[in-house]
Design a protein around this ligand. Structure first.
Ligand SMILES: [Fe+2]
Ligand SMILES: [Fe+2]
Length: 415
């Protein structure tokens, strides 16, 4: 059998034997005619030599997939393998996430982006003053946070309206319209790619008819709660990166759920925005402990939430969920946030599975970060609960990249 090195592959070549990756994954059958996309998959899976039967058929139709150079693909693969703690993925959904992440990283590298490295999370913790007492137990942390004080009045009224079965869409539109900053941002969202509505949505009332009263209030709640990020100032956290991660999870979760249950878009968007809020409370009240946990997680190549559970006895998801409960957020939101790490393995429903999947995807595709560099595994069980084919992941990330920067800029300009 004749073997060709992966860097010499060309589209049109025909395989003379089955192609199997070093981790045992079946890639392509004997007789397959290679396309550029196949060649990239072969590079993703780290195959070095490929059995080939005949030279490319130059008469064949050219395929127009984007191709990254072998060195870019190799660098991207190394970065993602490191994010996977050096272990190649072991089950189908993680294989797909791995592949999507390598392609996304290759595209960033070829655009000149510098990928995040684990050290970035440590650099901000160097000047924490010694001595001040740290709060590391759940009750003390809950007592120390008074997020509601930083939320605008309209938040409480929307939250009441959301709980009352009697409140009408017009009433909700009325409430939102009274807060000019909130209305402006809701209108921008209604006109963004998130909804993709033709024509202009120029009033809150129109936005209400477009997305529904309850959906609008959930969205308004999520948006007004983003002021919590401004209320919590933590100087050793890269807030820009944290904020970007939150927006990325919101956008990815929203795209994934729109394929299954479009009525849950706003809920997933709000949940994504707020899912790691518990970590901000930890960074604020226990910076030295968190700095140590980040260093330990990095040394052991573990996701940070594993260390939190081991050392603190709870993770930031549980803390965030409990905080939101205290602040009277709807149970549907607080319980999603409470379990976003635990239910990576045992999800209750499609919404929690989608949130967990979006968090893993956002983390490995480098859209900011909330302190954890190593990828947490998404179980096959969880992906089953999301009830989506894994082929949607690639498309979702492509779509998300455009929307993330749109929504990030939209919030940036909202002060
Ligand atoms: Fe999290
Ligand atoms: Fe997260």
């Amino acid at each position: 059998m004749e073997y060709v090195s992966v860097s010499s592959l060309e589209s049109g070549m025909v395989l003379s034997g089955d192609l199997i990756a070093p981790n045992g994954r079946f890639i392509l059958p004997k007789g397959a005619r290679l396309t550029q996309k196949n060649i990239m998959s072969i590079k993703i899976w780290g195959v070095s030599r490929v059995p080939v039967a005949k030279p490319p058929d130059r008469e064949g139709a050219p395929d127009s997939d984007i191709l990254f150079s072998s060195s870019v693909m190799e660098e991207a693969r190394e970065i993602i393998l490191e994010r996977f703690s050096g272990n190649p993925p072991q089950w189908p959904v993680m294989e797909e996430i791995f592949s999507v992440a390598v392609m996304d990283t290759a595209s960033r590298l070829s655009e000149g982006d510098v990928p995040l490295r684990p050290e970035i999370f440590n650099s901000h913790f160097s000047d924490i003053p010694e001595g001040s007492a740290e709060k590391t137990d759940m009750e003390a942390l809950l007592g120390a946070e008074n997020g509601l004080a930083t939320l605008p009045d309209v938040y409480a009224r929307i939250s009441d309206a959301l709980r009352s079965p009697k409140s009408s869409a017009t009433h909700i539109a009325d409430l939102v319209s009274k807060d000019t900053a909130l209305s402006a941002i809701i209108l921008k969202l209604a006109n963004s790619a998130m909804y993709g509505v033709p024509g202009k949505v120029d009033s809150i009332l129109r936005a209400t008819t477009l997305i529904g009263g309850r959906a609008l209030s959930t969205l308004a709640l999520g948006v007004s709660a983003t002021r919590l990020f401004r209320g919590i100032s933590v100087k050793w956290v890269n807030m820009e990166s944290f904020w970007k991660h939150s927006i990325s999870v919101a956008v990815i979760a929203q795209i994934l759920v729109s394929r299954k249950n479009p009525r849950a878009i706003e809920q997933l968007f709000a949940a994504g925005m707020l899912h790691d809020i518990g970590r901000l409370a930890l960074f604020r009240h226990a910076p030295r402990t968190m700095s140590r946990l980040i260093a330990d997680a990095s040394a052991e190549k573990l996701p940070l939430d594993f260390m939190e559970r081991e050392v603190l006895g709870f993770d930031h998801g549980e803390l965030g969920g409990r905080l939101l409960e205290r602040w009277n957020f709807p149970l549907s939101l607080s319980s999603l946030i409470m379990s976003h790490h635990k239910e990576r393995e045992r999800p209750k429903n499609c919404a929690s599975a989608v949130l967990a999947a979006a968090d893993v995807l956002a983390s490995v595709t480098d859209e900011g970060g909330s302190g954890s560099w190593y990828a947490a595994p998404l179980s096959e069980e969880t992906w089953k609960a999301a009830d989506l084919p894994s082929s949607v992941l690639e498309m979702t990330i492509r779509q998300a990249r455009r929307q993330i920067s749109e929504i990030y800029n939209l919030f940036q300009g909202s002060d």
